[in-house]
Design a protein around this ligand. Structure first.
Ligand SMILES: [Zn+2]
Length: 205
């Protein structure tokens, strides 16, 4: 469930910029609609599916999420293409401290940072943070093992994410390692701020 939300945001970016998918083709309306259905299914059934999975119970919600994670996400990305989230994932692999974390965990943070990079609406940013928090996905750099958040350390990831062949260039606007460092830091700051807020609310209740 960390990997699958990326399908929609990356598909949307590729559609906006007319970027090619990994096979060199272009998105179809069907591919875009499937990517959107993937995201909507995650938001709707993700939490219930996680609870069911933890209890080894097969429910309709779990089945919907398996479909979203495998079929919808797969068709969505194959048809529409990749963009910032997976490039950020690839960039983060430059930091050895992230190696113990799953692909989907790094992609989830890549989605959050990608939303910062692309000036996504605050309401949408809040929705994706809430989803990640509810599912237990990373929302901060520390959550994917990155304790050294210096510009120098993050630049290693940002430069790899911005390599010429990376799909981050499917995003609109100016994409540079400096902007990527800022986006990672911005997502991390929001994630930490929200964790502090949740802790305060927990103490108050
Ligand atoms: Zn992936």
């Amino acid at each position: 469930m960390g990997d699958a939300p990326a399908s929609w945001f990356e598909a949307r970016s590729c559609e906006r910029t007319h970027a090619a998918n990994e096979c060199g083709g272009y998105s179809t309306m069907a591919g875009l609609a499937i990517a959107k259905l993937c995201y909507e299914t995650l938001l709707r059934y993700g939490a219930a599916a996680k609870i069911a999975g933890e209890q080894h119970i097969v429910t309709p919600a779990l089945q919907h999420i398996i479909e979203a994670n495998i079929l919808l996400s797969g068709i969505g990305f194959e048809s529409a293409g990749l963009a910032a989230a997976h490039a950020l994932h690839n960039g983060l692999t430059a930091l050895a401290e992230t190696h113990a974390f799953y692909h989907g965990e790094k992609v989830a943070f890549g989605v959050l940072a990608g939303l910062q990079l692309t000036d996504a609406a605050p309401e949408e940013v809040a929705t994706v943070f809430s989803f990640c928090e509810e599912i237990g996905l990373p929302t901060t750099l520390a959550d994917i093992g990155v304790r050294n958040t210096s510009r120098e350390n993050l630049m290693k990831a940002a430069e790899k994410a911005c390599a010429p062949a990376e799909a981050i260039h499917h995003e609109a606007g100016l994409i540079s390692p400096e902007n990527v460092v800022q986006a990672m830091r911005a997502a991390d700051a929001i994630g930490r701020h929200r964790k502090r807020g949740a802790e305060r609310a927990g103490l108050a209740s």
